[in-house]
Design a protein around this ligand. Sequence first.
Ligand code: AHR
Length: 531
Amino acid sequence: MAHLSRRGAMKKLAAFTAAGAFCDLRSRGGSNGEARTAMTVTVRLNDTIGTIKPTIYSHFAEHIGGVIYDGIWVGPQSKVDNIDGIRRRLIEHVRRLGRVVVRWPGGCFADKYHWRDGIGPRDKRPRRFGRWKEVTEPNQFGTHEFMHFCRLCGVEPYFAANVGTGSAEEFQQWVEYCNAPAGTTSLAEERGKNGDEKPFAVRYWGVGNESWGCGGKFTPEDYCREYRKFTEWVPGYGVPLYLIAAGPDGNNTEWTQRFFKKWTDFARAPLRGWAPHYYCGTTGHALKFNDDQWYEMLAKANRMERLIVDQWAALGEFDREHKVKLVIDEWGCWHPPGTEINREHLFEQMGCLRDALAAALTLDIFNRHADKVDMANIAQLVNNLHSLFLADGDRFVATPTFYIYEMYKPHHGAKAVKIDVQAPEATFRAGGQEYKLFRVAGSASVREKALTLTLVHTHVREPAEISVRLCDGKADRVQQTVLTHDKLNAHNTFEEPNVVTPKTIEGKANGETIRCVLPPASVVRLDVWLG
Ligand code: AHR
């Protein structure tokens, strides 16, 4: 838990950044013994991967624990500052994340949710039991409230439909209720009476969730049959629907192959997105971990890359033109209980610097596979698992992971370009064996004359001196934004909300080469003005 030698390294780094040149940070040998090696990141400005869809930076909000009730919805009469019942500070912060997507109402909850329970006057809505664990769902937050939340935050909705206990007809009617033009059908009229005459124009629809598990315990073949039934006749009412099928638990390629074999046996049902889920955990405790557990957690997060490559290859066997893209609509770090701020908030955990690095390295993976990944939703937005925010009554705080999402915003909509990293690996031990993890990884994107390079540096103790070489371009000016802390488990609390926040300094550019120092355990963004 103690990382005393990091403090000295951090002080020296500050000296460097003030002087604007490499400081003499001689390695005393890493904690895990790597030799000092020149580290280089080569950015191939003309080697484009694809456009980074802002939807890669999306979110997930489920009726579970404290996500909706307390996290998002406090009710119009609440003493907590709100806009029409929705927590104001959350709205203000989500607005800062850009035009991304929020998936709702689940998760496992989706396959038990009947959308009609959540419309009409709030005092008349049914209360239901046991939708996610044995708790009462008051249905105060339904379709209209969620849409209002999306409009206030400037995000797009993604609805997950109930396959497990619902019907194809119920799904089709929900689409009609949301999308049919005003006055054209009885459901459109009902929507108008409930306060929203104008259609919601919902594009993203997930057909079930984790169909191998809480979503119905289907075989891939049976789920494919259901999927076909649900999507066989579903008009968009002028909205181009983006239909998403529930993918496997982690990187299970057999599940993918069996679903798609059936999908190609049948006439291919409309399908745009394939949604595997991947949670990395559970390593030790959210805040109490040693150096090896730091690396182990990050190595688990890094498995996302293998998942993307393998799932993409499996899709390609059946969909040679790759019309179906990956939608990783649940991912994140999942720690054992023990750091909840409110015992009622199921799966709430305190997110620290380690979670921020896990988020950053995962976002870099998505950027590097911008041609394959259409959307990704970290789980979950507030008060649950790898959250960006924690809220309890009138208290609210942004976690270090929120700041990663802000730092990575310049990547939204930019062209991902290839990078090559030359750096030694970090080594760690887990379960009596030695493993390796990258020491430096990242991603780069270009928009007109602006290059954004984000780098994750995993080493717990040593800084990394990096030469960034630009192929086919020159740097006029550089700024460096850094998120780090001298404690690996540093986190933001209600009392001390700014413990882990990014800092920006002017960098040093020399035409084709940029020199920078990555502090130990850090995420760094370089903003480069290209000449
Ligand atoms: O995010 C929490 C739960 O994890 C979701 O409800 C489910 O889809 C997943 O297993």
